[in-house]
Design a protein around this ligand. Sequence first.
Ligand code: HSE
Length: 430
Amino acid sequence: MKNEKNEINIGLLGYGVVGSGVATILHNHQDDLRHKLGVPVSIKKVLVKNLDKKRNGVIPKEMFTTSLDEVLNDPEIDLIIEVTGGSSEAIRRSLEAGKGVVTANKDVMAESGPELLKLADENKCDLLYEASVGGGIPLIRTLEDGLASDRITALTGIVNGTTNFILTKMKDENKTYEDALAEATELGFAEADPSADVDGIDAARKMVILASLSFSTEVHLDDVFVRGMKEIADGDLQLAEQFGYTIKMTGSAKKDEEGIEVAVEPVFVHNSHPLATVNNEFNAVYVYSDSVGETMFYGPGAGSLPTATSVTGDVVAACRNILLGVNGKRMHAPQFERKVKTDDQKYARYFHRITVRDEVGVLTELTSIYSHHKASLATVVQDSDLHNEGADLIFITHKISRQQHLDILADLKDTPAVIDISSHYRVEGE
Ligand code: HSE
């Protein structure tokens, strides 16, 4: 049933990097939004923690409040934008109050998405979360609508802007990890606690959201194999270059008849793959699907206005539904049961950098470990320049299971000639 509203009012929860960007866009683009929707869309109240904090921007002082109740009990507020990065409580209470929600909260959507989407349906509200993954890239809508008729089999992406920014600065500008992280924080890319970025948790949450949408199945955070960027050893960025690869923190998800596999880890991406050229805070997701084949979605993955653009895109969608009176009518129930692959069902190529005593027979001893585990090798190289003592042996395998990879590493570790397993990576993109 069409709604006779002649304006839409918004309650904005949070006025940090994203919230202030949302206010700027709604203010600067108000004529365009009014034209697209036929009615004006304005922010009516803004929830903040501290009223005394000095704030620049387009919101008059009297609109700020510290009371969530004041926002939720205002009958003129039709829609809530939640960009606090906090717990699920505000989203839950907004939906229970019958107000639709647009959120950028990946933590909450990864951990409680199915439950909150159900709550939204029960309350005939929309719960939209485009900004939770990929900053300004319209990814969620693409997976839900654009590729709705296709069957997605895999996706690989760079879904954390901070780690991509750090890796780019370390590789291209020789910056230290610490300096690059400080710069990412200064630019507003990093999480309040940047360990969520560098340890891979932020990307893992985003992969939960992407994988569950792509494969129409529940995916839990525990299903994601996660290795952070601290696993990258000194010299690895240069070593990768030497072999024709770039190290990227990627998220990957695959589905076949045996189940799904989802991982976030630093990987060797072959330089011929488009993901190798995605730099700084930019994100990209490469999707493999049955009918269209391969598609890639690219754009700024973090930052105020890019992320706010995704939020305000959702605002337009939710407002349209409010005006048409069709909120909360999307199909969210997963089609398939959750089935997660075990390590012997996950296949990939691996790069191993092993520091060994530089002695006769060591290479043969090590290659026999690979043969014993039925792992075929694509590349074997010795590099003596990296160490004063010992040498580095580089092995790149053909496709083996993750279980074989782990078994080989365990045997290498027990070999007296091996000084250290300096690093190991999955290889992508050939
Ligand atoms: N810290 C996140 C990132 C922000 O760097 O990608 C965007 O989700």
